[in-house]
Design a binder for this molecule. Sequence first.
Ligand SMILES: [Zn+2]
Length: 318
Amino acid sequence: MTKRECYDICIENKRNSLSSRIAARDNALAKLESNNPRFAEIKRLMSALGAKIAITAIAGDKKKLKDMEDTLSALDEERRGIVKCAGIEDIEYECENCHDTGYCAGKICDCIKRAATELYIGKLSEVAPIGDCRFENFDLSYYPDTETESGNPKKRMTSILKLCREYVIKFDPKTSESLLFTGNTGLGKTHLSLAIAYELLLKGYDVIYGSAYNLFSKMESEHFSGHSDKSYLDAVGCDLLIIDDLGGEFVSPYIQSLVYNIVNTRLLARKPTIINTNLSMQDINNIYTPRVASRLLGEYNAKRFLGIDIRQQKSAAK
Ligand SMILES: [Zn+2]
């Protein structure tokens, strides 16, 4: 599901909720009309008076018009009193800005944006641990502060965390760089990319996150069933695409060209992408062809995660 589809669902929900409240109120008023003769009479009187007022206004008789308007407002007050006594409430809008239409001055209302973001994050949490992955709980104490051949894990991860936080603050779907997170499994690549996804979703950006396996198999089945290339088009068109665990899928020649097309199309459109992988650049070169490797090497800001598998550290500590 994309963010835009979430907007559509939330707008429809909001309108349905308003329609059902209006229908319930109309129903109660119709019952009142058939049970309360005075209420029915007031309704008839007000309707007749309304027509007369229009004619009198055209004729220009101001005194008569004023008397009629006073009568009309007295009738209206009486009508309101009866409605109130019957316990029928006025329609209260959930959102005063858009009156539950979902649109405000021709644009999607903030109430819909909030609801859609919540819905989207809820859907995403069914396939990825987005609820647990925040910058605030990215625990640097798991990374040893020692020099290794590849560098100091704590220093490296401190600087990657800083880069990710700044990435969110400065994010621009037309100018932000693409990132390639490499390194062994269990070092926080998924955690940090989900934290980025979460923050940017809250800011209202259209972020698509998925494992390479899930994203590509959906695209492949849509393509070969001949229905559409919807998932592919969504992935190349969104503000930020995050492909988790590149290399975790079965790589056919179709997948090779799919990966190249996604990477290349988004680079040409200057749209940022984040790719996580346990593979080395040499593996990427061998598995996805040199043209994919050269695009990633040349255009992505590559960051190698260092440290000791955190899942293993956590289970050893138990
Ligand atoms: Zn609204």
